[in-house]
Write a protein that binds this ligand. Structure first.
Ligand SMILES: CC(C)(COP(=O)(O)OP(=O)(O)OC[C@H]1O[C@@H](n2cnc3c(N)ncnc32)[C@H](O)[C@@H]1OP(=O)(O)O)[C@@H](O)C(=O)NCCC(=O)NCCS
Length: 132
């Protein structure tokens, strides 16, 4: 029912719309960074789709030169939450993985639930690690 694919430029407006609707949790996001994630190899933007068409979530991540894969944003449209889509997106990345999100985000319990361990706060963002 739900699938994940690499984003294409045509997905940018809907990704941006979902990001803006969730600014409280994600912080500020920028179209040029989402665009760069589509166009450059070091970064990736994945979208989750309903029945291979409608985009209902996304995840931007980056393979660092320090060998860590870092998720910068993960977001699922409010009306599609708790259906396994966030987990589906995260499962596209090999472990170990690093994740940064606002300390105040409601999603902290989601990351704990999935086995992430917090390593503390840097500039208002929590750094989470997942090894398995
Ligand atoms: C965090 C977020 C991506 C989770 O997406 P989701 O599709 O609802 O998550 P899933 O349905 O895949 O949940 C996977 C598991 O975590 C659990 N879970 C989901 N949200 C949870 C929460 N807020 N607290 C605790 N557990 C949670 C689910 O019950 C499920 O458990 P199970 O595997 O034991 O059945 C989504 O809530 C979201 O987009 N939030 C706003 C943006 C955000 O905060 N992003 C993170 C900062 S970058």
């Amino acid at each position: 029912m739900y699938s994940v694919r690499a984003a294409v430029l045509e997905d940018l407006p809907i990704v941006e719309r979902i990001a803006k609707a969730n600014q409280d949790s994600l912080g500020f996001t920028y179209r040029f960074i989402f665009k760069a994630a589509i166009e450059y190899k070091a970064m990736a933007l994945l979208v989750a789709c309903k029945e291979d068409s409608e985009v209902i979530g996304f995840m931007r991540w980056e393979r660092g030169i320090d060998s860590w894969d870092t998720v910068h944003e993960i977001c699922v449209r409010q009306d599609f939450r708790r259906e396994g889509i966030g987990k589906l997106l995260l499962n596209q990345i090999p472990r170990p993985m690093r994740l940064r999100c606002l300390v105040s985000a409601d999603s902290n319990s989601f990351f704990e639930h999935l086995g992430f361990a917090s390593t503390g706060e840097v500039c208002g963002r929590n750094i989470w690690l997942l090894f398995r």
